[in-house]
Design a protein around this ligand. Sequence first.
Ligand code: AMP
Length: 282
Amino acid sequence: MKIIESISELKAETRPFKKECKTVGFVPTMGYLHEGHISLVKSSRQDNDITIMSIFVNPMQFGPNEDFEKYPRDIQTDAKKAEEAGVDILFIPGVNEMYPDGYNTYVEVSGITEKLCGKSRPGHFKGVCTVVLKLFNIVEPDRAYFGQKDAQQAAVIRRMVKDLNSTVQIITCPIVRESDGLAMSSRNVYLSKEEREAALILSRSLNEAADMASKGEVRRDRLMDYLIDRISSEKLADIDYVEILDAETLELKETLKGRMLFAVAVRFGKTRLIDNVIVEVR
Ligand code: AMP
C-alpha cells in the first residue's frame, strides 16, 4: 500500500490507471478506522481494480463548538488496518494541502441539507460537499463508497453528483454494528461505560419502530411518539432529533409508503450519536 500526502503525487500515481482502463473505487473517511470503514473497502475491492482510501479530518464540516480538535486520530493503526483490508493507496492530505491560503470556493446543496443533521449542525453539509467534490476531482474515481450510517450524507452526495453531472457512481453500503447492536462509529470511544450501555436504546428503539411499521402501523405520528417515548425512557439520552422521512427525498409523509428512513440523533453526555433504519412500507 502506498501512502501519499500530496495532491500532485496522487495525480501522478493514478494517471496510469486511466490509460490502462483500470477502475478506481474510492472510500473517503476521517480515519480512526473500524469495521464500518473496512466494509466499504471490501465492497470497493469487489467492484474495482484499484481501491483508494482517504483519511482527512475536514475542519470545514465541524462547527465552532464541535469536536474537530479532539476527534480521535491514529494514523499508524489506520494505515495498518487499511493495508490489511487491501487498500492500494492511502491518501492523507494535510489541511494546508486541501485548503491552501486564499481558498474560497464552497459547494452547497439546498433543501435536503436543511433538516436532520443539517438543522442541528449548520454548515456541516457545505463542508462535506466541498471536501467530497474536491476529493472526487483529485482521485477521479469510477465509484465512491459511503455508509448508510450517515444516511443524510449519502442522500446529499447523491443529489450533488446528480445536480453537478459528476460521473462518479455513488454506492451506499449497509450499517455495520457491534454484536449488541450499537452502530460502529469513531466517536463511540468518547462514551463512558454507562453511556455505552445507554446508547443501545438507539438500535433497540429503531428496530422496534421498524417492526411496528412492518406489521402495518403506517401513521407517522404514532411511530414518532413511540420512538421519542422509548428513547426518553433512557435517563442518559438527550434527543437532538427523531425523524421519519422518505429515504430518497427526505420529504415528510404523514402516512408511510415506500422506502422510509427512521433516523435519530441523540446525545449521551457530550457525545452525539446518530443511527437509522430503512423500512420498506407497501
Ligand atoms: P467517517 O470516517 O465517520 O467520516 O466515515 C467514513 C465513511 O464510513 C462514511 O461513508 C460513513 O458513512 C461510513 N461509516 C461510518 N460508520 C459506519 C458503519 N458503522 N457502517 C457502515 N459505514 C460506516
